[in-house]
Design a binder for this molecule. Structure first.
Ligand SMILES: *Cc1c(COP(=O)(O)O)cnc(C)c1O
Length: 412
């Protein structure tokens, strides 16, 4: 009999996440004289200083034991949990009801639901550069385009509205705003958020507010987009992954801020789409009210304080290096460092920077190319302090070895 093989669908073959594609090229030596360090994974649970609070574990165990989460639930999650979230995330300008809350399979499940329910092939969305790569992957998979608008690093990574104006067209369905930002570590001011809402209102485009790092801010307050919206529908994304530091629990949510009920059809579309699959685990959703009420006062301030301490180390260690530009982190679990590629002998772009850094220093991090950008790299700061310090020293050594000025010194 002739041999036979099984093919994959076009959709599956067109699915890829740039993080994985690039990551596979960042290979440290098999045998290295120092421990190999990685600042790649945005997963706080891997660091002993960012472990889950025991009260959250207890809440999940209680709800698992109760047996009440053993059955199927409504596709958007149980009414009690949705009512709790509606109340928690209502603001003076807008009151949510349980119908405005949709639980999903992590924050990425929530984003997938919106992309699948809102976009037709040929539509496009506007997403930030640098920005979280999942938006691009999910749109490609749907036959849609992502148009990347630029953020201005020297102005706290604020949006370049000229760029937005140039990109928007009549097939643009969504503006993605990531605040606090992965990978930039920036936190937008109230004024800037109002400018963004104003722009969206003029163009009649709704906003996906990726706010998974809500409350992880250092000095500037986090201001939820939904609390400022009047005319513009906002879909705000949250997740246990980052709020409670447990990416493995796979539970996220969408909050729909839609004062003038512009999203009636979209809501029906979401309900249809979610009748196929994509529920958050029932017992996990049930546990959320208990988790959030058991969250000790000062919990996020304490986590943020630890993050700030680490962001300061990155800043202190790297800000004196002329070939790099460090924009101080204001929130989230990341620092984005810019590279002046003209200042290096043999590093034409940041992908090469990351590859050589892994090969020569045994240090892995993701280059800007993973985030629809160029000339930079992302550092995950929720790592042990000694790992961060060691890593920054390795970057320093690496830059010293590769910078152009070194050739001049060698000639002396
Ligand atoms: C982590 C993350 C998400 C979603 O994460 P899940 O683990 O799927 O909940 C969404 N957006 C950004 C910007 C993130 O960093």
């Amino acid at each position: 009999m002739e041999d036979w093989t099984i093919g994959a669908s076009d959709s599956a073959m067109n699915s890829h996440n740039p993080i994985y594609t690039v990551f596979n090229k960042i290979i440290p030596p098999a045998q290295f004289h120092k421990p190999v360090l990685s600042l790649v994974a945005g997963d706080p649970s891997k660091c002993s200083d960012f472990q889950v609070h025991p009260a959250f574990v207890e809440a999940v165990c209680d709800h698992l034991r109760s047996g009440k989460g053993n059955c199927y639930s409504h596709q958007h999650g149980s009414k009690e949990a949705r009512e709790f979230m509606a109340q928690k995330y209502s603001y003076d300008n807008i009151k949510l009801t349980f119908e405005d809350i949709i639980f999903d399979f992590g924050g990425s499940g929530a984003i997938f639901t919106i992309v699948q329910s809102l976009l037709n092939p040929g539509d496009n969305i506007l997403a930030p550069s640098p920005g979280y790569p999942l938006y691009e992957s999910m749109c490609q998979n749907r036959g849609c385009e992502v148009k990347h608008y630029k953020l201005k690093p020297q102005e706290n990574w604020e949006i370049d509205f000229n760029d937005l104006d140039a990109l928007v067209d009549d097939r643009t369905k969504l503006l993605v705003v990531i605040n606090p930002s992965n990978p930039c570590g920036s936190v937008f001011s109230r004024d800037h958020l109002l400018q963004i809402l104003d722009w969206a209102k003029r163009h009649r485009i709704c906003i996906l507010a990726d706010e998974v790092y809500e409350y992880l801010t250092f000095e500037k307050p986090f201001i939820p987009m939904g609390s400022l919206t009047d005319e513009v529908p906002v879909f705000a994304i949250g997740t246990m992954s980052k709020l409670c530091l447990v990416p493995g629990w796979r539970c996220g949510w969408i909050k729909i801020y839609d004062k003038y009920k512009r999203c009636g059809e979209l809501r029906r579309g979401i309900e249809n789409f979610k009748s196929l699959v994509a529920h958050a685990p029932h017992f996990m959703v049930n546990a959320i009210p208990q988790i959030l009420t058991s969250m000790p006062e000062g919990y996020s301030a304490e986590v943020s304080q630890k993050l700030k301490q680490r962001a300061d180390i990155v800043y202190q260690k790297l800000s004196g290096i002329p070939e790099l530009t460090v924009i101080p982190t204001e929130g989230s679990i990341y620092s984005m460092i810019l590279i002046d590629t003209n200042a290096f002998r043999d590093i034409p772009n940041s992908e090469v920077f990351a590859e050589k850094l892994a090969a020569e220093e045994g240090l892995m991090l993701l280059p800007a190319e993973c985030f629809s950008s160029e000339s930079g790299f992302r550092i995950v700061i929720c790592n042990p302090i000694e790992v961060l310090e060691d890593s920054m020293d390795r970057i320093k050594e690496f830059v010293k070895r590769h910078k152009i000025a070194n050739d001049v010194e060698d000639n002396n």
